[in-house]
Ligand binder design. Structure first.
Ligand code: GDP
Ligand code: MN
Length: 397
């Protein structure tokens, strides 16, 4: 589950990571109040107004702007809230901005130069260890850095059994070219960032940029945080941070009825039992010249109720031109699934408006085919994989 920047920063702060302070605002009036409050707390007269959407590259798309007085805070907040923010990480339509973070300006001039670093904590599945990736090239697209100057990206692997060791934090601060106060600040920053990552059950913390201010403080200016979905049951305070407006509406509905659904761009809806068979089915659709419209694993119980729920979810996608049902009857008998498909189809009435190809294989497959063929509905049966592919091809033609 992805979080907004302001939520990620809240988590960081709760683990003692220094952050660029800010207050979230839903409209321009709240933004001005937020700016006044921040000025009282931090003494800053300048503020950055930052669009809160689940996408990076906001700065490039005009979603991060500096305001030098309250009038500008109001103007910029008005401009950003409600806009369709298009960044290199959104679709071409962009993302609607519902709220902004009003943050203190931390790029103030002082004794030394400011510098921007990159730092993230993720799991390295190949080694089974956590990994801190960091770079002196902060503030820009890390994929670009990886491509053009890969030697400027460092990694530090952390054994989950021992946790982050003191020398590792010092090595990171050293490799980033820091000394004195900034060096000490960075070792503290790294240690508390790592603690936040582990104790919040996250998949990823990406801080870009980590800023060294002109008075040698190290702080998180941005925060991209993803919490492990499988841990949300024991992290209620984070589960409550979910913002459904940022998520795919069909996927949200599917989750509510307990279906494992991922929305895709194609035109052939899929209903499959088992994730592996679902992947193979998507390959099959591609080979037949179609594009899968979704990934959908209906799981073990493919009864009429389940099939009907799955039909309704699949048909919410207007691009769907045909549905391929591919179910292996191992524990569940094929004739029962076939009857479920027929009953669900009838229940759908007029809302069922695309051709359906059903491939049932396994226990009682022949009986299942008979049920489908004798149903009198616009449902075609197939027994072999290739036969199903050919039928999909025929209905798309
Ligand atoms: P992103 O573009 O979505 O990654 O959003 P960021 O939070 O990383 O902000 C984008 C850029 O805005 C940063 O790289 C900074 O250069 C700039 N920025 C962020 N905070 C401040 C600030 O307090 N003052 C100034 N002058 N610039 C800032
Ligand atoms: Mn950023």
């Amino acid at each position: 589950m992805n979080l907004h920047e302001y939520q990620g920063k809240e988590i960081l702060a709760s683990f003692g990571v220094r952050i660029q302070r800010g207050i979230v605002a839903q409209n321009a009036k709240e933004a001005v109040e937020a700016a006044k409050q921040l000025t009282a707390e931090t003494g800053t007269g300048w503020h950055v107004i930052k669009a809160q959407v689940h996408a990076g590259g906001r700065g490039k798309g005009g979603g991060v702007k500096l305001a030098k007085n309250l009038k500008e805070v109001e103007e910029i907040a008005n401009q950003i809230i409600g806009m369709n923010l298009i960044t290199p990480q959104t679709s071409a339509e962009g993302k609607k901005v519902h709220q902004v973070l009003v943050a203190e300006d931390v790029y103030y001039p002082g004794e030394s130069e400011t510098s921007e670093f990159y730092m993230s904590v993720v799991l390295n599945r190949a080694t089974g260890k956590n990994m801190i990736m960091y770079s002196t090239e902060g503030g820009m697209d890390i994929e670009e850095v990886a491509e053009s100057t890969p030697h400027l990206i460092f990694t530090e692997e952390i054994d989950p059994a021992t946790g982050l060791l003191g020398f590792q934090a010092r090595k990171i601060a050293f490799n980033l070219g820091l000394s004195g106060t900034a060096f000490k600040e960075m070792t503290k920053f790294v240690a508390s960032l790592y603690k936040a990552y582990v104790e919040s059950d996250s998949n990823m913390f990406e801080i870009n940029p980590v800023l060294k201010t002109s008075d040698d403080l190290i702080m998180a200016v941005d925060a991209k945080v993803s919490i492990d979905d499988n841990a949300l049951y024991r992290r209620k305070e984070y589960a409550d941070m979910r913002d459904l407006r940022e998520e795919n509406a069909i996927e949200v509905e599917a989750r509510e009825v307990g279906l494992n659904y991922v929305d895709l761009d194609g035109n052939v809806g899929c209903m499959v039992n088992g994730a592996g068979l679902a992947m193979a089915t998507m390959d099959l659709i591609k080979m037949a010249g179609g594009e899968p419209a979704n990934f959908l694993d209906v799981g073990g119980t493919a009864d009429a109720k389940r099939v009907e729920e799955a039909f309704r979810i699949i048909l919410k996608d207007p691009n769907v031109k045909a549905i391929l049902i591919n179910i292996f009857g191992g524990i569940v008998r094929c004739d029962r699934v076939a009857q479920g498909v027929v009953d669900a189809y009838k229940n759908m009435g007029d809302s069922m408006n695309v051709p359906i190809i059903v491939r049932l294989q396994g226990t009682n497959a022949e009986l299942a085919k008979e049920i489908i063929d004798n149903s009198g509905l616009a449902v075609q049966s197939a027994v072999q994989f290739q036969e199903a592919a050919d039928k999909v091809k025929a209905v798309l033609a």
